[in-house]
Structures are given as C-alpha cells and as structure tokens.
Design a protein around this ligand. Structure first.
Ligand SMILES: O=C(O)CCC(=O)C(=O)O
Ligand SMILES: [Fe+2]
Length: 474
C-alpha cells in the first residue's frame, strides 16, 4: 500500500509577494509554499543551463573542475543517510555523463551496468567561489541569522575538537546540489530544524511533505530511528504509526523556489537531471524550534552516556562535545551565538534610534524587526533559564572586548544592518557607521560589570535596552 497524499503545496508568484506577506503567511505560520519568478536574472540559470534546458555540464566541469565535493550514492544506505563518496567535480561530471549515455531511454533507477545513481550534495559553492556570483539570495530569505553569523564567526569556540567537523560542514549553510534523473534524498527534517529554501536552476523535483504534528509517526517507539524511504515497504512492527501518516506533495518546476518550513519531514526526487541551490536559515520566527531540538538532543546525549557520569572528569563538557558533534552546535555555542546576535541588534537599535530622534521617531519596519529579534531571543533565554541550561560560571561575552576590539563583531553588525535595510527597503546610512564607536551605544543600558555570564544577564540587558529605546519605538 502506498502513502496517502492529501494535498498539494500552494504556489505563488514572487512578484506578488511582499516581505511582510511572506513573513505573516509562511514564516510565522510555518507553512510550505512554492514561489516563482525570483530566479530569472540569476547567472547560474544562464551559465549552468544549456539551450535545451538541461544542465550545462561542460561549463560546470571547465570552471569548477578541481573542487572536492561530497557525492551520495543514492542506492546505498549507510546508517541514517546515503553512503557518501568524495571526488572532484570533474570526476562527478564524467561519471554523470557516462551514466546518462548508458541510461538513455531507460526508466529505472539503476543504469544498465548496475552502477548507482550519484548525487552531488552540500557543495559549499558560495564559500568556495565568493567572486562568482551565481545568484542573489531573494530578500524573502535574507533574514538569515545562521549564515550572517557564520560569515563572521565559527560556530564552535573549541576549535581543536571540532576542526574536522567545521571544515566539512560548518563553514556555512549555502549549498549547490546536482543529480541525474532518479537521484533522491531520503526522509529527513533539516539541520537544527532550520528553514530551508531550494531553487531549481534547471530540472524538476518531486517533494513529499509531512506536517510537524505527525512527525512522531515516522519514528520508532523510542523516537530514535526515522523511516528512511517512504516508498519502500515500511516495517509495521517497528513503525506502527506510519500507516496513519498523510502527505503533501509538490512538483517543483525549473526556476521555482520551494520554502521548507521548520520541522516538516520531507523526501525529495529529481524527476529530471537537476541542479538546485539551497540554504538553511533561522531567525526570530523559528528560533524556538532550534532551541527545542537542542534541548531535546542535549537530554538524549546526557541519557546515552549516563553510565559513565561517575567516572568522567567533566561529564558536562563531554555532553556538550557529543552534542556539538551530533547536532552541529551545543548549548554554549547556541548561547554565544544568540548573545552576539542580540548585542548586534541592540547596538543597531540604539544607533538607529539616535539617528531617528530628530527625524521620525515612529517605528519603522526595520526597527520593528530588531525589536522582534530581541524579544524572541529574550523569550528563548527565559526558557534556557527555566531548563537550567547554560549555568553562570564563565564569562561568555565580554562587552568591552567585543565592542572595542573585535573586528568580526563590527562586521556582523554591518551585515545585520545592511540586511534589514535591504529587506525593508530603508536607507542604509540610517544605521551603518563608518567609524562610529560602538561602546557608547550601549552605555545607557549595559551592566556595570560589562559582561554576559548567563542567559539571565542577557534577559536583563534586553529589558534595559527596551526601556532606553521605547520612547522612540512607540
Ligand atoms: O533537493 C534535495 O534533494 C534535498 C533538498 C532538501 O532536503 C532541502 O532543501 O531541505
Ligand atoms: Fe531538507
């Protein structure tokens, strides 16, 4: 018996969708949507696509031949994912071209010679070719705390332990995917329960979506193992809930972008030879999803090594290390990330408020966005406090050092300011500072101690910042 499909994903034109509509209808409601008309002017759609609409493999091979990439063997499962191989782009293109020749006219997934279907995944293309502008991220997807942060900082402070992990997968969350007809991605929900958007440069994809209230139905009774392929015979004893699941479907055409909300499990097929670009991102609308996942994974990690608690020198540190290795960040990483991001928002808000004082003191869309960010972070900090996560023991953020001596922080502030000015179409010079000093901007509300040592410190600081700027944001 096959799966039950109960609906199709809505499609809208990007020309008729304002940022506030998108935020209200899809980000805030966590609903998927397919958006057309946003990729027409992308260089990738010109350079990477032949006249007949198929991938221009010649171009890809000649321009990016030596890049080392991760390639999934779609026919071989390894643990919870497909087996990965590493090769150069040139090798990948050669194998793909060869498979297409041998496969001509056939419909099945395996080629004549029994070779597997290969799928190039998670290529950090933007990081590798920063000067080749393959595309512009549409403003709808630019409120992206994750990539803004990773453009300036590493996720893990503890570089020694995570160096290998960082290099492979943590540099950013902007990817290129390329695969022949029949290549596919097994059922999963995205990293950190972030949002993703995925644009077809060429080719077509079929997406199957499961709404989050049904997520538990694709896990075993221990909530550990997830169904791998929804079109294979699923073991009813192991996954008794699976037969209750109901799915949404979508055929994504060339040039269209799909928005994948937080926590929606999905399985994806390339119906033709396809190149796609996708980003994972998070912001005020889905930060609580990230926190919920991190906390759940932390508790699971703790439980899984409970038996060595008594013989371990620093059990807490071990939990955090395992959490970072398995989930991609740990509680400390998350706290430092949200603290720096909040501090950046406070600096910008004050800077903006000062400049607006003589002009129009009423709130703008950009100022409202900064305020929303801060109140969301504050709520998450309150949850961290009640969970007892990240206890006060070290200095997590020294404000003087960050504001006066950290060029990365200044750069993060600029990126945040530039991004919101662009999304809300406001003047950049209202918020950007050429040589302005950052420290005086927080003097009205920073604690004397000038340090953030716990989530509570951040809650208090955001409160004071709100008081300082409330008269300007009435
Ligand atoms: O295109 C694919 O094969 C998978 C993409 C995906 O899972 C995503 O964008 O979240
Ligand atoms: Fe995904």
């Amino acid at each position: 018996m096959g799966i039950e499909i109960v609906g199709q994903i809505e499609k809208v034109s990007g020309k008729e969708l304002s940022y506030s509509d998108f935020a209200e209808r899809y980000l805030a409601k966590n609903q998927p949507v397919v958006i057309s008309d946003l990729t027409d002017d992308w260089r990738a759609r010109e350079d990477w696509v032949s006249g007949n609409g198929r991938p221009n493999l010649q171009f890809v091979a000649t321009h990016f031949e030596n890049s080392r990439v991760q390639v999934a063997d779609c026919d071989t499962r390894e643990y919870t994912d497909q087996k990965r191989l590493e090769m150069s782009v040139m090798e990948f293109v050669e194998q793909w071209t060869q498979a297409s020749i041998e496969d001509k006219g056939k419909d099945d997934v395996l080629c004549d010679n029994g070779k597997s279907v290969l799928y190039l995944k998670d290529w950090h293309f933007v990081k590798e070719y920063p000067d080749y502008t393959a595309y512009q991220t549409p403003p709808l997807f630019c409120d992206d705390w994750l990539n803004m942060y990773l453009d300036n900082y590493q996720m893990h402070e503890d570089r020694d332990h995570f160096q290998k992990y960082d290099q492979i997968s943590c540099s950013d969350y902007r990817f290129v995917y390329m695969g022949g007809k029949g290549s596919w991605t097994p059922l999963h929900a995205d990293v950190f329960r972030s949002y993703s958007w995925s644009a077809n440069v060429c080719g077509k994809k079929r997406w199957l979506f499961l709404p989050p209230p049904q997520s538990h139905l694709v896990y075993d009774r221990y909530m550990k193992n997830c169904v791998y392929n929804i079109f294979e015979e699923v073991n009813e004893t192991k996954f008794p809930g699976f037969k209750e699941t109901t799915w949404f479907e979508c055929i994504q055409e060339p040039g269209e972008i799909i928005f994948v909300p937080s926590g929606w499990h999905h399985q994806v097929y390339n119906l033709e030879d396809t190149i796609s670009i996708n980003h994972n991102w998070l912001n005020a609308y889905n930060l609580s999803w990230v926190w919920d996942l991190l906390w759940k994974d932390y508790k699971d990690t703790e439980e899984s090594i409970e038996d060595i608690r008594d013989i371990s020198d620093d059990f807490e540190a071990l939990c955090q290390r395992n959490l970072a290795a398995n989930t991609g960040m740990n509680l400390n990483d998350f706290f430092i990330f949200t603290s720096r991001f909040a501090l950046g928002n406070m600096v910008l808000l004050q800077s903006y408020a000062n400049k607006q004082e003589t002009l129009n003191p009423c709130s703008s869309a950009m100022a409202q966005n900064l305020v929303l960010n801060l109140s969301t972070i504050q709520k998450i900090m309150v949850m961290m406090i009640s969970a007892g996560a990240v206890t006060a023991k070290d200095v997590y953020l020294d404000l003087r050092e960050t504001l006066e001596e950290d060029p990365q922080f200044l750069s993060l502030c600029r990126d945040i300011g530039r991004t919101y000015a662009m999304i809300h179409r406001e003047e950049e010079d209202q918020i950007l500072f050429a040589n302005e000093l950052l420290l005086p901007k927080i003097s009205g509300f920073a604690d004397q101690q000038m340090q953030i040592c716990s989530p509570k410190d951040l809650v208090v600081m955001i409160d004071r910042c709100n008081t300082c700027s409330s008269h300007l944001l009435a």
